[in-house]
Design a protein around this ligand. Structure first.
Ligand code: F0G
Length: 354
């Protein structure tokens, strides 16, 4: 809307807040649903495809949806500090909302595996950044222990307020489409977001806002595929270029699998080359720059879209902004920057191929 108030105000009746809750907001949510016409043409059969571009949230990822409410509730409860483990986006969002709320933020990250833009955000928002020589799963285990023993609020998605906020993305998709989509394609890491979407679709169906619920199609990176066997099978050493979903033991795995089953969907794998190809197609053919983990949703659709009902509506969740990971963008770019040309029109024209 013209003066969007943020998702807590907009969806207040669906959220566990009341007049005592101090709303900490950066006016997150209300992100666009963008038609993916080129990808729709590639798939054919009359499929209509959209991207829910949640990379356009205030800190550049869907995490803002969960963090606005998690930090508001932490402040309401009198917390002085928040804590999370993160592959980067949660830490950026926690740092930003904590700064706005006047709380300290402590973030635990896997050393060497957080994209540059995300690290820059946590630092500039003023978080205490602690890098561990370990992966996300180890970092999450550590912060869970610390939050049990010290007076600090955990804001990972094991905090139930996080998924309450994130479910609003499902509401928006339905409000924007005027119906539920037939398929929802979504990347899966710690498995919180797919669980939150399902909560949102179920709640909208119960309240009569939509007639049916979508089939959930979740996609893990092949090097971090703990859920594809239909049960949680932890991967000890997860690896993928999509560092946001480099997670081997998803905290919400059981709930995500139940959601997927209830929707008659599946969690399947996409390889790193498939992820990077979708990343490139989104940028070069659709003009949409998302981060590699987000492209997993589109990689999955390109791989399995032939199973979607002809003429159906498919929404791919693009969870994070491409600017988060400039190193990857430059590394995959086929077009190299031409070597420095002389500062003359004729030299530039020549470099342009005229
Ligand atoms: N896409 C992006 C860009 C993410 O940052 C994440 C998770 C996911 C997808 C997967 O969502 O974990 O709910 O299944 N990022 C977390 C973080 C782990 O620390 O920022 P999920």
């Amino acid at each position: 809307g013209a003066n969007w108030p943020g998702l807590i105000e907009h969806y207040r009746e669906y959220l566990p807040v009341d007049e005592r809750t101090p709303v900490v907001t950066l006016r997150e949510g209300n992100t666009p649903l963008i038609p993916l016409e080129s990808i729709g043409r590639r798939l054919g059969r009359g499929l209509r495809v959209w991207a829910k571009f949640d990379g356009l949230n205030p800190t550049g990822s869907f995490k803002d949806r969960g963090m606005t409410i998690a930090v508001s509730k932490a402040k309401e409860a009198g917390a002085q500090a928040v804590l999370c483990a993160s592959t980067g986006n949660t830490s950026a969002a926690a740092a930003a909302y904590a700064a706005r709320a006047g709380l300290r933020a402590y973030v635990l990250i896997p050393e060497g595996y957080v994209a540059l833009g995300k690290l820059a955000q946590a630092l500039v928002y003023g978080a205490e950044v602690i890098a561990i020589r370990g992966n996300f799963d180890q970092a999450l285990a550590i912060v869970r222990t610390i939050a049990e023993h010290y007076p600090i609020t955990l804001v990972n998605s094991v905090n139930p307020f996080r998924l309450q906020g994130q479910k609003t993305a499902a509401f928006e998709v339905c409000d924007q489409l005027g119906t539920a989509p037939d398929w929802l394609c979504i990347p899966v890491g710690n498995a919180g977001n797919i669980t939150a979407y399902w909560m949102g679709f179920c709640e909208y169906a119960q309240r009569g806002r939509i007639a049916g619920r979508p089939i959930l199609q979740g996609f893990e990176a092949s090097g971090a595929a703990a859920l594809v066997g239909g049960k949680v099978e932890p991967v000890a050493h997860p690896e993928t270029v999509a560092t946001a979903i480099r997670i081997g033991n998803p905290a919400s795995g059981v709930r995500a699998l139940a959601a997927v089953r209830a929707s008659a969907g599946a969690i399947r794998v996409v390889s790193d080359p498939e992820i990077l190809e979708a990343y490139r197609i989104l940028a070069c053919e659709e003009g949409i720059f998302c981060e590699p983990a987000s492209a997993a949703a589109v990689a999955g659709l390109l791989k399995y879209g032939h199973e979607a009902p002809a003429g159906g509506q498919v929404v791919c969740v693009l969870t994070g902004n491409g600017l988060k990971d400039p190193d990857r963008a430059i590394a995959v770019s086929a077009v190299e920057i031409a070597p420095g040309a002389d500062p003359t029109a004729s030299a530039v024209a020549k470099a342009m191929g005229f």
